[in-house]
Design a protein around this ligand. Sequence first.
Ligand code: CA
Ligand code: CA
Ligand code: CA
Ligand code: CA
Length: 257
Amino acid sequence: MRKYIFASILLLIYAGLLLPLTAAQDDTLSEDYNWCFSGEPWGDGRCDSPDPTLAACMWEMGWYLPRVQAGMFSLEQVMSVSSCLPCINKTVVLSGSPYNGWYDIFIDDDIFVASSIDLTGICGLTIYGNDNPNIIVGSPGSDAIFGYGGDDLIFGDSTLDEGSGNDAIYGGSGDDDIVGDSWFGDGSGNDLIWGEEGDDLIYGDTVSGFGSGDDTIDGGAGNDTAIGDTDPLVGSGADPNSTDTCVNAETVVCEQP
Ligand SMILES: [Ca+2]
Ligand SMILES: [Ca+2]
Ligand SMILES: [Ca+2]
Ligand SMILES: [Ca+2]
């Protein structure tokens, strides 16, 4: 249930931040102003929920988030006083990335390892690579990672530790090596991986460990290899309990092709 609360709150944050700052500009932020009662896009009844905990959190965030938009509070301040917002997502962009939208952290490099930044209070990262060969290692949380062009090496969670984040990874063009979780350990994240163009090598869980995540792998165009769990020649064997889905791959080691 808790993950649904987090997901709902984050959805509300994204919805709120996409709105123009009309609330701050037209003096509607009176003391009792709350999006749950306003005509805003998510003030249409979604602030009501049969789950009383979720309903209470939505109500609380309905009060806070317009004020975050208006600059009265930062998300970090809200996190410090509200148990409804235990963590936030942040966006990372690498130098020269085709992505030209808003971001939190700029990395002047072709390499980014999430453990190099302070991950306190962060649920997950959205990481935009560039058209060079990138090495990108995501956070322990649930990340979205875009490799773009170049022959990229991407790990969803880490290289050394076990990984359990549920990541969405897009290889872009180029011959990419993508690992849903980590090199070693028990990869248990349920990842969605798109190899896209190029001849990609994709592991759903780990290269040299156990694998138990339920992953979905789509090789896309090119001569791709999809391995649902872990390398059968290197790792400790596939977990018979995981159920992976692999499509558009020419070489498949996957329980449910
Ligand atoms: Ca790249
Ligand atoms: Ca991750
Ligand atoms: Ca491909
Ligand atoms: Ca996985």
